[in-house]
Write a protein that binds this ligand. Sequence first.
Ligand code: COA
Length: 319
Amino acid sequence: MPARIAGTGRYLPAKVLTNDELAQRVATSDEWIRTRTGIHQRHIAAANEQTSDLAVHAAREAIAAASMEPDDIDLIVVATATPDMIFPSTAAIVQDKLGIRHGGAAFDIAAVCSGFVYALSIAESMVSSGGARNALVIGAETYSRILDWSDRGTCVLFGDGAGAAVLVPAAEPGILTSHLHADGSHRHILCTPGTIQHGAIVGTPFVHMDGAAVFKFAVKVMADVAVETLAAAKLTPADVDWVIPHQANIRIMDATMKKLHLPEERLVVTVDRHGNTSAASIPMALDIAIRDGRIRRGQHVLLIGVGGGFTWGSVLIRW
Ligand code: COA
């Protein structure tokens, strides 16, 4: 049976960090950050907020929007690169914090900024094959914990947040098709390479990035996978009502829209207010565009993810 999204939700931590505040910590400026990235501000989790806490807030909103109770959820997939701990999975912790006790499946996906697209695609397969009934798919991140706040090349780019969607079986397909890709040979251009060995951190536990290389790669694969997914549904870019790409940098998004010959009016943008929230960026942008009435029944919505790994993928939805 096909699957469709029955409800979405999001959560942003209360603390806002502006570009001007960042300029007091590192040699940067509001003007540099805005013109190179489109980012004006980002949210930062409180010291006592874990990734699972952000995820639970977003999940409760999505479950309520789907007119369900937490107990109705029998699969939880959390996409995150900033899990609460090495194990157990953040999804298992979310299940517990939601008070779900019936033993439904819960696991994490590690596909970095493509994580939500990966998670949605996998959950859709499980729901449509009957392996799960009501799936809760979450992208949640606390990148503020893995940033070197003295490195202006990375610390200005990221923020914290969570977005969630509830996926249910449906007579008509909501999720039309999806395509996922990875190429691990590019893993060094965007990574957090540190590991824990014998009680100590070996290697840097902070985000490391070759910004120019990431930029180039992202623009190419986002446009390519968009065309691949649309072709599989026998559609062209002109049939797309809304494009919701991973929100890393407004220039990457604009370049992708240009390659697809799509006007910027069809692009959903949140990077200005959220920064790059990795796996959380797409579900938060989706939730915003649904709640403010931009996305309407019958419209085609294209989600495009790209991130460390390198990973990339897209999901086409008929709303
Ligand atoms: N403030 C001021 N200057 C900064 C800066 C900051 N926050 N960060 C870097 N710089 C400096 C660099 O030190 C470098 O200086 P140099 O030329 O003296 O060495 C210069 O700015 C680089 O400028 P430029 O090459 O014009 O930057 P850019 O246009 O490539 O933009 C990024 C840099 C990081 C914004 C851009 O490469 C980018 O967005 N890449 C993709 C990042 C991304 O999206 N990552 C996540 C993907 S999931």
